[in-house]
Design a protein around this ligand. Structure first.
Ligand code: SF4
Ligand code: SF4
Ligand code: SF4
Length: 283
């Protein structure tokens, strides 16, 4: 009975996928390979953050582990529990697979879950210029707002993937840590829900892209829920907005360079960093 349920959920997991995943050609793979991909995908947190080097999210990473023998320890938010769970699936066929340590996270490890501490994004609404750039970045449609109006994030829907941070030109999205304890069943259900929300997001974006008569930018499907909340126009002068955006862009570049340099020193990048810091000081 148990295996029927599991096979059925594996079947559902890999059928009727959004077109983004067509290139993975999953349907052509042998059933046993598909089952393994589905089981690994079921272990992954489904935040679709891309920290495993798969910008399209968890499923492409699961495929790469099985098909390309990619290291199975790259899911940063999953931490050691997810790495160990994937190792168990892989080790069923091969006894000589070495246990791997999970890729480290910039967030500390939560003592109860043994995963990196979870975060949620919060928009400083007073600073938001309503540019809408964060909306298409969110894989689970957790951000709502319309052009030139303040935006906000439904914290309950946010996974803390951090993908909205970089596109924000005024750096007004903060990350706050949260504490919670989830049972295995709760985590499984939540991951399934996140996966469905991501797929819904992908289908909606595909539809909008295919519709040449639709010139609107990509907006959140839950935007309607905040129709009334996003009602306060922001009055800032053009000059002020220009400077704020220029400073935010510089800060974003500086952050990226600092991150790169913390991993590997590089003379020309160091020089570039110093130039950008000097420019920012002048603004
Ligand atoms: S949650 Fe893990 S597997 Fe999914 S995209 Fe992020 S790093 Fe990759
Ligand atoms: S609001 Fe930001 S951090 Fe939260 S899920 Fe969306 S993109 Fe990720
Ligand atoms: S990207 Fe930043 S400024 Fe633009 S709407 Fe989102 S939160 Fe507001």
């Amino acid at each position: 009975m148990q295996s029927n349920i599991s096979n059925n959920s594996n079947f559902i997991r890999l059928t009727n996928l959004p077109i983004l995943f067509d290139s993975l050609d999953i349907e052509r793979l042998p059933a046993a390979t598909q089952a393994k991909i589905a089981r690994i995908d079921a272990c992954l947190p489904q935040t679709q953050c891309g920290l495993c080097d798969h910008a399209d999210g968890c499923l492409p990473y699961a495929v790469a582990i099985v098909i390309d023998s990619e290291p199975y320890n790259k899911c940063v938010p999953g931490g050691q529990p997810v790495t160990d769970a994937i190792a168990q699936i892989i080790n069923q066929d091969s006894s000589d697979t070495q246990p791997l340590n999970a890729e480290p996270s910039k967030w500390p490890i939560d003592a109860s879950s043994q995963r990196p501490v979870e975060v949620r994004a919060v928009i400083r609404e007073d600073d938001c210029i309503g540019c809408t750039k964060c909306i298409p970045a969110c894989p689970v449609d957790a951000i709502v707002g319309t052009g030139k109006h303040m935006h906000t994030i439904f914290t309950d829907l946010c996974t803390g993937c951090e993908l909205c941070i970089a596109p924000c030109p005024v750096d007004c999205i903060d990350l706050v840590t949260i504490e919670r304890t989830l049972s295995t069943a709760e985590r499984t259900l939540e991951q399934e829900d996140l996966r469905q929300r991501y797929h819904t997001h992908l289908r909606r974006v595909s539809k909008q892209l295919a519709d040449s008569s639709n010139s609107k930018p990509v907006v959140s499907m839950v935007e309607a829920k905040l129709n009334n909340a996003a009602s306060q126009s922001l009055n800032i002068s053009e000059e002020q907005a220009k400077n704020t955006i220029a400073a935010a862009k510089l800060r974003s570049k500086i952050k990226k360079l600092e991150k790169q340099l913390s991993v590997r020193p590089n003379e020309s990048k160091q020089l570039e960093l110093e130039e950008l810091q000097a420019k920012l000081a002048q603004l």
